[in-house]
Structures are given as structure tokens and as C-alpha cells.
Design a protein around this ligand. Structure first.
Ligand code: ATP
Ligand code: MG
Length: 331
């Protein structure tokens, strides 16, 4: 039996985390959840959206499944997501983007992975004002860049993939992105059997829309990785389908790429697949590969039934009908 920290989160978070909990009961997954609250709902009580007991629970259990947590724009507390990644040194953000066969989307042949540096870049949040100017400091270190580059190549090797594309803007940001590229080049030299290429981020954005099937594993500094993973999610049918994992030395937090989607919260129409796919990554991480496969197959079957799907996928259903369909393929 594994104990896993579960953070329901804000917005649609509780609606989709409860789907995972119910589906894991049907899977008979050997997991007991330790539920801890973080986010908007605890600010009044604890004076912070990220109380220490949340960090303690994740440190103790080493594995967590997290619903999205709202980050207010322009004011208030620092992003809980960013703080967690920093405090637990979850240096790699792994975001597999794979088309679901049977779902009618713009592309049906996407199978790529965004490996996003997760601890620095512009997400250090170092900003200041001088008179009428506002500045942000973008920190790129050799240490974090080497780690994410190594992670990407190791991932390719362990998962029988073929190619790494390093994304940058080193023509403009010669020193910072230059350092990032030095580190990806160095890793590429250590893995001569893996194909390696570099793409400038603007061109990469166009290439991904034109020929997504040409890309395999994309490694990028924090902000480019964030933007490209939302773009890539759009290629396969939207944010409701894209999972992610934040991985450190011995701790991992699994969460969807999407945010708390306040525009659709409490309407019962949130797509649970992105978080379910994140929970499949969690099962694989715990080496419960058979259960992972079973859930993956159930989702692949479910998306063929357009009527039961959530509106973001063009369906007439809701979270509940989707959950029930998935369960019908598990029992
Ligand atoms: P964050 O800053 O936390 O990344 P965001 O501003 O990028 O958040 P999201 O919360 O990810 O925004 O939502 C972007 C859009 O995608 C919204 O219109 C939202 O309704 C939609 N969306 C996100 N997740 C889902 C989901 N699971 N099911 C259906 N629609 C979703
Ligand atoms: Mg976002």
C-alpha cells in the first residue's frame, strides 16, 4: 500500500480529483490518499495558501497528486505551484502530449513530450521598478540547465524515443539562453545515439502547428516550456487532455497542465482526462504499470463516445457521464 498526498485544489480541482479517487477505487489501486488542503480556501485560516503541513505531507509521502491552484494575476501571494516546485526542488516538468485515437481533433498523430525546466528562468519572480520602468530578472544557472538537459536525454533513452529538440532564443538572449544551449549540447555529446537539434522558440511555435509529428522530446527553459506545452495541448484537443509531472530527486507531484479554470468551476463540466492521465503517470512512477495500462485503455475507449464527453471536446456530456463511461470499461 502506498500513501499519496492528495491536494484537491481550487476551481475545478475538487471536481476532477474526486473523479480520480473514485476511479482508483474501481481499479483497486493499492493507494491510500492523505488529503491536504492548499489554495484559496485555506488563506483565511492559515494566512497563506501553502501551509507547512502540505509541504510536510509531500515530503513524508514523496508522491502527490495535485489539483490546480489559482494564481491571482498581478497581486497577492506568490504562485503555490511555483513555490512547491522550488521548495521541493522539483526541477523537471514532464508533459507528454499524445493524440487520443478516435477523438476528432485537428491532428491525430501527435506524440511528443515537453520537458520544461521547472525552478528558475523568469519564474524566480524577481521584479522591480525604477521610476517608470519595470524590470524582471531571468536567472539561468549551469546547474539547473545541466540537470534538465540530462533529464531529457535520459528520458529519451529509457522510453525508447529518438530525438531531443532544444528550444531557445539565444540569438537575442545570448548569455542566458547561450548557457542553456551549452548544457543541452554537452548532454547531446554524451548521448551520440540520440538525434539532437536546436530550434528558436518562435520558429518552434510555427513548426509545432505545421508539423507536430516531427517532434519527439522538446527540452526548454521554464517560460518557453510553459507556453509550448499549452500550444501542444491545443494540438491534441485542448488543456482538458494534457497531463504533467513535477519531478525531483526523490519527490514527485503529478498535476494537469491546465489551471483552475474558474470560468467553468462548479458547473460539473470539467474534463477529468488531463488529471486522469497525470494519475496514469503517477501509477507508472510507482511501478503499477498494469493498472496504468488498464486506465489508459479505458480512456482510449471512452473518447470514442462523443455523446458522453465534456463540452471542451465537443461532447454533450459532463464530468459525471465521462467518469461513468470510463468506469464501465474498468469493471
Ligand atoms: P494557470 O495560470 O493556472 O495556468 P490559465 O489562466 O492558464 O491558468 P486555465 O485554468 O488553464 O487557465 O484555463 C484556460 C482555459 O482552458 C479556460 O477557458 C478553461 O475553462 C479551459 N480548461 C482548462 N482546464 C480544463 C478542463 N479540465 N476541462 C475543460 N476546460 C478546461
Ligand atoms: Mg496556463
Amino acid at each position: 500500500m502506498y500513501t499519496v498526498t492528495l491536494i484537491p485544489g481550487d476551481g475545478i480541482g475538487p471536481e476532477i480529483t474526486s473523479v480520480v479517487v473514485e476511479i482508483f477505487e474501481h481499479l483497486k489501486a493499492p493507494i491510500s490518499w492523505e488529503v491536504v488542503d492548499a489554495g484559496e480556501t485555506v488563506i483565511d485560516k492559515y494566512g497563506t495558501p501553502l501551509p507547512d503541513y502540505v509541504i510536510d505531507s509531500i515530503k513524508r509521502n514523496k508522491v502527490a497528486l495535485k489539483g490546480p491552484i489559482t494564481t491571482p494575476i498581478g497581486k497577492g501571494f506568490r504562485s503555490v505551484n511555483v513555490t512547491l516546485r522550488e521548495k521541493l526542488n522539483l526541477y523537471a516538468n514532464l508533459r507528454p502530449i499524445k493524440s487520443l485515437a478516435g477523438l476528432n481533433t485537428k491532428y491525430n498523430n501527435v506524440d511528443l513530450v515537453v520537458v520544461r525546466e521547472n525552478t528558475e528562468g523568469l519564474y524566480k519572480g524577481i521584479e522591480y521598478k525604477i521610476d517608470n520602468a519595470a524590470c524582471a530578472v531571468r536567472v539561468i544557472t549551469k546547474n539547473a540547465s545541466e540537470k534538465i538537459a540530462q533529464f531529457a536525454f535520459k528520458y529519451v533513452k529509457e522510453n525508447n524515443r529518438k530525438k531531443v529538440t532544444a528550444v531557445h532564443k539565444a540569438n537575442i538572449l545570448k548569455i542566458t539562453d547561450g548557457l542553456f544551449l551549452d548544457c543541452t549540447k554537452k548532454a547531446a555529446n554524451e548521448y551520440p545515439e540520440i538525434e539532437y537539434e536546436e530550434k528558436i522558440v518562435d520558429n518552434m511555435s510555427m513548426q509545432l502547428v505545421l508539423n507536430p509529428e516531427k517532434y519527439d522530446v522538446i527540452v526548454a527553459p521554464n517560460l518557453y516550456g510553459d507556453i509550448l506545452s499549452d500550444l501542444a495541448a491545443g494540438l491534441i484537443g485542448g488543456l482538458g487532455l494534457a497531463p504533467g509531472a513535477n519531478i525531483g530527486e526523490d519527490v514527485a507531484i503529478f498535476e494537469a497542465v491546465h489551471g483552475s479554470a474558474p470560468d467553468i468551476a462548479n458547473k460539473g463540466i470539467a474534463n477529468p482526462i488531463a488529471l486522469l492521465r497525470s494519475s496514469i503517470m503517477l501509477l507508472d512512477y510507482l511501478k503499477l504499470n498494469e493498472l496504468a495500462k488498464k486506465l489508459e485503455d479505458a480512456i482510449s475507449e471512452t473518447v470514442k463516445y462523443i455523446d458522453c464527453l465534456t463540452p471542451d471536446l465537443g461532447g454533450k456530456g459532463n464530468t459525471e457521464s465521462m467518469k461513468n463511461k470510463i468506469i464501465s470499461f474498468l469493471d
